[in-house]
Design a protein. Structure first.
Length: 364
């Protein structure tokens, strides 16, 4: 079913809670019939897709903009083997509901992503990640409506070209727009603990093991032998998130505003020596070498050490326990204030470290 509304404020449909006028909001619940019809009428041309609105910033009123919003919410479990189950979720399914549902079914794959706001459609575009896991680890395929071919196309996981908060869906020209309609996941029946994130490993070992073992593998073996379930991991992750991040129901934000910068090792050396030369500096610069030999820096650390934590613009400020998050602190911030604050942070980090932050949040 298609539902059309003119001149709509998207404030309540985004987690930032900022005023965001769009000319036309189009909701659809049945991709197979609704999208070809909207395409025939030219309504998809130049449109933008809004999922759960948890990673979007509408920077200015957009009276000429059409916003497409999937509201299909089916979940289907199929083809169970000894090791895996295939789960297909419609784009409008809330990611955290899906995490809960799959954890309740004792399936492994989404537990570390518990508590991330937004829909599975948006998550497949952004390749969300947290606590040592990324959605792409579990993706089998993604089915989209293509504005280029005027039909449905299924992308295998390889076709999705997943990277850090990146996918093929983020690199389409306007006339090639892809609307994610459903996401198929391959989840594991057999235990598959992901302990790559130190804080999660520590918290799980504290609760469910005799202590932390010397090796990562020994921890996995002990926790598995002790029967740690996907639901236990989910609950631990949610508790960790609650201690650090603003609750979307109380404080508006779009989560991490900036991506962690990825630089070459040559660039890393330059940043380190520049930082080490600073008078009185006693904090070593944290980084992590990725599998392709690049260095990933911590944007939160750079923002903190560049002295940005106290920056604010009107109602927009940084979340004190996680300075990577710009929040709508007063509840009546504007997009203009958020953008001003974003620019001030980028400038300050650049002047202290010579590193340019890029936003994770999609600007419209
Ligand atoms: C408090 C908080 C905590 C967060 N924590 C995390 C975290 O730990 N890890 C993390 O990775 N992210 C995190 N995020 C960011 C955000 O939740 C994710 O990026 C989320 O997956 C976005 O999904 P969404 O449905 O809200 O997408 P939206 O914000 O609506 O859209 C994001 C992008 O995807 C596109 N899009 C959305 N749906 C579709 C579709 N069906 N077809 C085609 N394009 C589409 C949009 O056009 C836009 O470009 C957090 C956000 C908040 C507010």
């Amino acid at each position: 079913m298609i539902r059309l509304r003119e001149n709509t404020d998207l404030k309540e449909m985004t987690t930032f809670g900022l005023p965001a006028l769009c000319g036309r909001l189009v909701e659809f619940s049945d991709p197979e019939t609704d999208l070809p019809e909207l395409d025939r009428q030219g309504i998809l041309d130049g449109a933008v897709v809004l999922g759960g609105g948890s990673n979007m910033l509408f920077t200015a009123p957009a009276p000429d903009l059409t916003v497409i919003h999937p509201v299909n919410t089916g979940v289907r479990f199929s083809s169970r083997t000894e090791d895996t189950v295939i789960v297909t979720a419609d784009a409008g399914v809330t990611l955290d509901d899906l995490c809960r549902q799959t954890c309740e079914s004792r399936l492994w794959g989404l537990e570390n992503l518990s508590g991330i706001p937004g829909h599975i459609g948006g998550a497949a575009v952004q390749n969300v990640g947290a606590y040592g896991a990324e959605l792409s680890d579990a993706v089998e395929s993604v089915t989209c409506y293509s504005l280029k071919s005027h039909g449905f196309v299924t992308f295998t996981k390889d076709d999705c070209r997943y990277g850090y908060r990146d996918s093929v869906f983020k690199h389409q020209h306007q006339d090639e727009m892809l609307i994610v309609c459903r996401v198929t996941l391959r989840l594991r029946v057999t235990p598959d603990l992901k302990l790559g994130y130190k804080g999660l490993r520590d918290a799980l070992c504290e609760k469910f093991a005799s202590g932390k073992n010397a090796s990562f593998q020994a921890d996995i073996e002990e926790l598995t032998a002790n029967g740690v379930s996907p639901m236990a991991v989910r609950e631990t992750v949610v508790a960790l998130r609650d201690s650090k991040l603003p609750a979307p129901s109380e404080t508006g934000s779009a989560g991490s505003f900036f991506k962690n910068p990825v630089v070459t090792t040559g660039e890393l050396e330059r940043v380190i020596s520049h930082w080490n030369e600073k008078e009185g500096n006693t904090h070593p610069l944290p980084y992590h070498i990725t599998s392709d030999g690049m260095a990933k820096l911590s944007a939160a650390w750079l923002i903190d050490k560049a002295g940005c934590k106290t920056l604010a613009e009107g109602g927009a400020a940084l979340w004190q326990s996680q300075p990577l998050v710009i929040v709508n602190l007063t509840g009546d911030a504007t997009a203009e204030e958020v953008v001003k604050l974003e620019k001030a942070i980028i400038r300050q980090v650049e002047s202290v470290f010579g590193v340019t932050l890029s936003p994770e949040v999609i600007h419209i």
